[in-house]
Write a protein that binds this ligand. Structure first.
Ligand SMILES: [Zn+2]
Length: 272
């Protein structure tokens, strides 16, 4: 059995403001320890369920270099750095289950800690077949497309709601109540780790009952940007059309292609 644990940072217990997740600040140095500890709790839970399982932890926030390798549980492998295939969920292929730790709400979510979709400065919305998807939804649909159940998602209370909308049968762990985009009432980091460690084995046991939202066949993709200039570099991608001043559209042959085009548009938007 192989378990992929994708770890973002905004949804970690004790994290509430941009300094907590932004390299170069003293609060960030604390935040990356908290992040590594929650990752370790998930590793312990996975190995309790299946001793000897292959556990891969993918560092999935910002530069993808936040988790502290020597503090990570020595039984896990670490995916670090970027760019890399499949972004936040590198290692999905060949996995028996996936777990999302420290995840956050999609852009536009009301009262959600540090919510955004891929790029807080560039992206105003991502829609597939007209349905708005954040990082939870995009990564979960891709996992479903590749036949991998996302069994557990941890983060604030809005994350739990968004996860349940995208993944039928998913287990959620709420480590904080969102009080705003930059405020939270959080459990203690040790309590968050206990909750995750306890929930992971049960979630893995039920993995046959988990179903991600699916898009069959071609996917109509729309990506809205905050500014016109961020939208325009995406027109360099063959087949991309402009819907209005700040919105691009693309018809992808399947969801995996849509997923890669979204990532490419975000990279290009970051060049202006
Ligand atoms: Zn992040």
């Amino acid at each position: 059995m192989r378990v992929l644990i994708s770890v973002d940072m905004e949804g970690i217990a004790g994290v509430a403001v941009p300094d907590d997740v932004s390299p170069g600040t003293s609060d960030y140095e604390r935040g990356r320890h908290l992040m590594t500890r929650e990752a370790n709790a998930a590793v312990r839970g996975a190995l309790f369920h299946q001793p000897g399982a292959e556990v891969v932890v993918a560092d999935s926030h910002g530069p993808f270099t936040n988790l502290i390798p020597e503090v990570l549980d020595e039984r896990a492998k670490l995916v670090r750095g970027r760019p890399r295939p499949l972004g936040m969920v590198t290692g999905l292929e060949g996995s028996s289950a996936a777990i999302f730790i420290g995840y956050h709400g999609r852009v536009g979510t009301e009262t959600s800690v540090l919510s955004h979709t891929i790029s807080g400065v560039a992206i105003a919305d991502v829609r597939c077949q007209g349905r708005s998807l954040g990082e939870i939804g995009l990564n979960a649909v891709l996992a479903g497309h590749l036949g991998v159940p996302v069994v557990l998602v941890a983060g604030d209370d809005t994350v739990a709601k968004e996860a349940k909308e995208a993944i039928q049968g998913v287990t959620t762990v709420i480590v904080k109540a969102a009080l705003g985009a930059r405020a939270a009432e959080s459990v203690h980091p040790d309590e968050a780790c206990r909750l995750i460690e306890e929930a992971v084995p049960k979630a893995l046991e039920q993995r046959d009952q988990v179903r991600s939202l699916r898009f069959e066949g071609a996917v109509e993709l729309e990506v809205a940007f905050h500014r016109e200039a961020m939208c325009e570099p995406g027109l360099l991608i063959p087949g991309v059309r402009r819907v209005d001043g700040t919105t691009l559209a693309y018809r992808a042959e399947d969801f995996r292609v849509a997923f890669e085009v979204i990532r490419l548009m975000a990279v290009l938007a970051g060049t202006v």
